[in-house]
Design a binder for this molecule. Structure first.
Ligand code: ASP
Length: 217
């Protein structure tokens, strides 16, 4: 494990020397696409969810700011757990609800990771010149959703589980090493959105079970 970063560095050097600027450009495009789609999901889908739950989205984003930053910098939904619970309290969710939903959400609810795994599978298929058939798009979505549920709430967990998504689609497992090179950047945003999704769902659930929110922000 101690030597893994050196191996990844060596692999990155080989990739760059072999494919040069082409590889850097591909990584750049992947990250722009991933950050755009993930942030769009964060702002659009979560605004809708909390609005349906009866909370002003501005209040949600305000309360969610600290957990977002903690998740972005630690890259771990597990580490972000207490900050997410504090944000839930500020949004006015009763403690008996968030005490259950936030820990469960931290391990199974990972929208950012599902988006990342689906996008990575498409990226790797393109990189290796493997055409994706229309029916495989549904397979990618299903595999990414199941893969994200099974992902551990730790840094890099989503890239390890990418092995399962690639294997399901019959894509080359070398893709894991290729994605590892940019994992610190890709993991930061997906973890921030994974954690934020837990609170958006918690707000909606509070409404569904007939409880009232009492926001403190
Ligand atoms: N780091 C992510 C999390 O803790 C999991 C992943 O690697 O996708 O939520």
């Amino acid at each position: 494990m101690y030597y893994a970063p050196i191996a990844i560095f060596g692999y990155a050097v080989w990739l760059m020397s072999e494919y040069g600027a082409k590889m850097l450009g591909a990584y750049g495009k992947f990250l722009v696409a991933q950050y755009s789609f993930t942030l769009m999901h964060f702002f659009v889908v979560y605004s809708l969810l909390v609005a349906l739950g009866g909370l002003n989205p501005v209040k949600y984003f305000k309360a969610q700011f600290t957990p977002f930053i903690v998740a972005f910098t630690t890259r771990s939904s597990a580490v972000t757990l207490p900050y997410n619970m504090e944000a839930s309290r500020k949004m006015g969710v009763p403690d008996y609800i968030y005490n259950i939903t936030i820990p469960i959400g931290a391990t199974v609810n990972m929208d950012g990771t599902a988006l990342y795994q689906a996008l990575s599978a498409m990226f790797i298929a393109q990189l290796f010149g493997i055409p994706i058939q229309p029916y495989q798009v549904w397979l990618i979505i299903a595999a990414a959703v199941i893969g994200s549920v099974a992902t551990a709430a730790i840094p890099g967990g989503g890239t390890i589980m990418l092995a399962y998504v690639l294997a399901t689609l019959g894509l080359p497992l070398e893709g894991i090493a290729i994605m590892m090179v940019i994992d610190p950047l890709a993991d930061a945003i997906r973890t921030a959105v994974n954690a934020s999704g837990d609170n958006a769902c918690t707000v909606l659930l509070t409404r569904i079970i007939g409880e009232k929110l009492q926001p403190q922000i």
